[in-house]
Design a protein around this ligand. Structure first.
Ligand code: ADP
Length: 489
């Protein structure tokens, strides 16, 4: 990993607690792997509950001062951080490609997207004001103010190594909270680079802390973050299973919780749709980050009349995807994050084939490139008993189901416990409104496959989560509303 270190000055091999770069008290480290080549690109401290307690304490101490900064001061700090992030755009993108395997172009896109949350919340920080109520009583006046909840623990996944942190930390810092970030074990280098750039931007010590831990230590770190009375809230993005565990663990302290969990997004194409636009949206939604996003289309529902045409066109489009190593600028599809994920995707595909699915493209690992690469796959003849119908695939596998009526499409789309994103393509105006309202999800793309942006409220319903990130609602997760009643006036 010496090569990466010379290429990218942001590489760190220590965690960031209280403005200092520290090793794990145990002295243990763990390796970070490039999913494309399988090579080690760095190693970072394997922290446990002992180190976590130190980070929580640092954030608690820093909160005593940070909570009293003005909204304008917090806005200026965030703006400085944003400017520094922009200056290091290229280095951040290189880190993301190195540890997450993302194609170069997508890594650049993620840096812009990730940075945009810091910019957005530097602006929103100025608007964390409250309300004056119209009193029903002559002798009373009533005010609502918003106060930061305290120390926020942010636990993040590997699929967007920068954006999942900035989306939470931007909002937390804008609200006046301090934070302890626990990034995914697959992508800790980008998180530490964020710490380094926060330091360069002059953020006060202890306001933004990053602790790294292996998968082995993650449960004890998570447990302490959930159970420590010094932590006011948890914001988590990741799997439904871990999200449910954190929900349970946080109940003892009735902790504030924001959860952004798995999706099972339907992508419906109606007869009236512009097929070429639908195909383009479908490929963008399905194959971004090799299908590893929680808003990726998981089930394509295609209306009877246009089914065959859609399959033919999407197949042609999928054939143009260039799979390879992220640093190769022509590559548009990278590897899966790790071997466990590659096996899971293959299990889902083999299960479908065994139960009668038809393969139009792919259907197997792309072993000539490496064990974590999987061929872009298209399946039809899908039945309800298949894993691909019920589970979040998180891989480059498009599953297409034929339907006849709008009612049938909505029934299939909503027949899941997840409800994050949903998409549909149609040119029938009354249908646009009906279906957009009828989909049981938190976010809808209407004739659009890519919907995420800092200005919009991101989040799900049902088992896909609690709370919203981005937009002005993002700050709500990190503030309490305090009601003040002035009496005897
Ligand atoms: P994925 O399956 O996409 O890796 P996870 O939910 O397993 O999603 O991981 C998301 C984040 O949750 C990562 O930072 C991971 O280390 C963390 N994590 C995993 N298990 C636990 C746990 N028991 N407690 C707290 N955090 C955890």
């Amino acid at each position: 990993h010496a090569v990466l270190q010379t290429q990218v000055p942001l590489v760190r091999d220590k965690a960031f607690i209280n403005g200092a770069w520290v090793a794990a008290a145990s002295g243990k480290m763990f390796d970070v792997i490039d999913p494309a080549s399988g090579k080690v690109v760095g190693s970072v401290p394997d922290m446990d509950a002992y180190d976590t307690a130190k980070a929580i304490q640092a954030a608690t101490d820093a909160f005593q001062t940070w909570k009293n900064t003005t909204a304008k001061e917090r806005s200026e700090y965030l703006r400085k951080w944003y400017d520094v992030l922009v200056k290091h755009h290229e280095d951040l993108a290189t880190l993301i490609t190195a540890e997450a395997g993302k194609p170069w172009k997508e890594a650049h896109g993620e840096v812009s997207y990730g940075n945009s949350f810091v910019e957005w919340f530097s602006e929103e920080a100025r608007r964390t004001h409250g309300e004056i109520l119209a009193s029903p009583t002559r002798t009373k006046e009533m005010i609502l103010i918003r106060q930061p909840i305290g120390v926020a623990a942010l636990i993040t996944p590997w699929n967007f190594p920068i954006a999942m942190i900035t989306r939470k930390a931007g909002a937390a810092l804008a609200a006046g909270c301090t934070c302890v970030v626990k990034p995914a074990e697959d992508t800790p280098l980008t998180a530490l680079a964020l710490g380094h750039l926060a330091e360069e931007a002059g953020l006060p010590k202890g306001v933004f802390n990053v602790i790294t831990s292996s998968r082995t230590n993650a449960p004890q770190v998570g447990k302490l973050l959930c159970e420590s009375p010094l932590v006011a809230g948890i914001s988590f993005t990741g799997s439904t299973a871990v999200g449910k565990l954190l929900y349970k663990q946080s109940s003892s302290g009735v902790k504030r919780l924001a959860l952004e969990l798995g999706g099972n997004a339907p992508f419906i194409v109606f007869n009236s749709a512009d097929i070429d636009k639908a195909v383009e949206g479908a490929v963008a939604s399905k194959f971004r980050n090799c299908g590893q996003t929680c808003v990726s289309a998981n089930r394509f529902l295609i209306q009877d009349e246009i089914f065959d045409l859609f399959i033919e066109r999407i197949c042609n489009k999928m054939k143009t995807l260039a799979m390879g190593f992220g640093m190769d600028h022509s590559c548009s599809l990278g590897p899966l994050i790790n071997t466990a994920q590659a096996h899971k995707v293959n299990t889902i595909v083999q299960d479908a084939i065994k139960k009668g699915a038809k393969i139009h493209l792919g259907g197997k690992p792309a072993s000539t490139l490496g064990e974590r690469f999987y061929e872009p796959t298209l399946l039809t003849n899908i039945s309800e008993s298949m894993m691909c119908y019920n589970e979040e695939i998180f891989g480059p596998v498009a599953v297409c189901i034929r339907f006849k009526t709008e009612e049938e499409a909505l029934t299939i789309a909503n027949s899941t416990r997840q409800g994050l994103a949903g998409y549909f393509f149609s040119n029938d105006v009354p249908q646009l409104w009906r279906v957009a309202k009828g989909l049981a999800v938190g976010m809808v793309g209407i004739n659009e496959g890519i919907i995420s942006t800092a200005e919009a409220a991101f989040g799900g319903i049902k088992e896909s989560g609690i709370g919203r990130e981005g937009s002005h609602h993002g700050i709500d997760e990190f503030t309490y509303t305090k009601y003040m009643c002035f009496g005897n006036l």
